[in-house]
Design a protein around this ligand. Structure first.
Ligand code: NDP
Ligand code: OXD
Length: 310
């Protein structure tokens, strides 16, 4: 069985080791080095493959995404529509994202940035401490990642609101769905976390109208995709005081161009798309399980629905 790995960011050698440990009989090729004819490739494991690349392999049985988000695969206009695409759902990925969310929520909730500044200036004071139980945190997207983060925030006794396409019921989380639900969550959230997939419906969802509904001085944490944010609107919302801070892990272009205003904005904290990283040792087990399933004639786990876009 021939597996082609297409990614310029993940460590191909480590992936080869991990995949061969799971499936000793496979031939593993790291693109662009693929001595086997394209027609003989059975599976593609991919993160942001170049446009038109997947269509060159006419007999693949599935595309296995290296990430939870598949927008970097589905944005290819030449992507064959009949090939199953599975997205990554993995314990380490979920745990990593929840850690990132908790870290930044607690940072802002406890004003750690202000305290660091105070100490840097040799000052010694304190701010009024906010009541956790009355601090409202909104989570947009209640899937594998948003759901776990929302549960963890609720375990810390925050007032947690969540939003999804279909109505959910999560203990400790007040769940909303649909456009009315969106307004309710946005209007109350002092910290708003985006963990939505990037689709036609969610592109640009963090825009001037959304920010205008949020409480004065609220905080945005975007750890989903840069396309969720209208960059100029975010800068205006920060400059006007509507938002007091933004934590951004993802960007329209990664890295953003050298003169992008986000790099130097004092109220923006950037991280380099590391909110949660795929851990090859763990994710390879999942990829192998999906290959075994397809070989048995079953659907891979977490098949994406191209009509929904995620
Ligand atoms: P899931 O598919 O499990 O969850 C997506 C959630 O968003 C679901 O609750 C879904 O609703 C909801 N949703 C989708 N469309 C809409 C809509 N139009 N209106 C309201 N809710 C909607 O995805 P994951 O949780 O696994 O991942 C989320 C995203 O996180 C990924 O797509 C990826 O972009 C990003 N990500 C970022 C990483 C990083 O390091 N920065 C790492 C990993 C992922 P429903 O439940 O009803 O389907
Ligand atoms: C993902 C990501 O989608 O890393 O998994 O962004």
């Amino acid at each position: 069985m021939n597996v082609l790995f297409i990614s310029t960011v993940d460590k191909a050698d480590l992936w080869q080791q991990c995949m061969v440990a799971e499936l000793p009989d496979i031939n593993f090729f790291a693109w662009p080095d693929c001595p086997t004819p394209a027609g003989k490739i059975d599976y593609i494991i991919a993160w942001k493959p170049p446009t038109g690349e997947i269509a060159k392999y006419p007999n693949i049985k599935a595309v296995l995404s290296l990430g939870a988000g598949i927008d970097g695969i589905t944005c290819d206009p030449d992507l064959p529509r009949n090939v199953p695409i599975s997205r990554l759902v993995d314990r380490c990925l979920t745990q990593g994202m929840t850690e990132y969310v908790l870290y930044w929520v607690l940072h802002h909730h406890r004003r750690m940035g202000d305290y660091a500044e105070m100490i840097k200036n040799r000052n010694w004071d304190n701010y009024l401490q906010a009541d956790t139980e009355t601090t409202t945190i909104g989570v947009l997207g209640l899937g594998e990642l948003g759901g776990d983060a929302a549960r963890a925030l609720s375990a810390l006794h925050f007032d947690v609101l969540g939003w999804s396409r279909s109505q959910k019921s999560i203990p400790g989380v007040t769940c909303f769905s649909g456009p009315d639900g969106f307004d309710k969550i946005v209007e109350k959230s002092e910290i708003l976390i985006c963990l939505l997939p990037l689709t036609e419906q969610t592109t640009g969802i963090l825009n001037v109208d959304t920010f205008a509904k949020m409480p004065m001085g609220s905080v945005i944490i975007n750890c989903a995709r840069g396309g969720h944010v209208v960059d100029g609107d975010l800068i205006l919302a920060l400059d006007s005081g509507r938002l007091s801070a933004a934590v951004l892990d993802v960007f329209h272009q990664e890295p953003p161009t050298g003169n992008h205003p986000f790099w130097t904005h004092p109220m923006i904290t950037m991280t380099p798309h590391m909110a949660s990283l795929t851990v090859p040792q763990s994710a390879a087990r999942y990829m192998a399980e999906n290959i075994r399933r397809v070989e048995r004639g079953e659907d891979p786990l977490n098949l994406i629905d191209l009509s929904k876009g995620y």
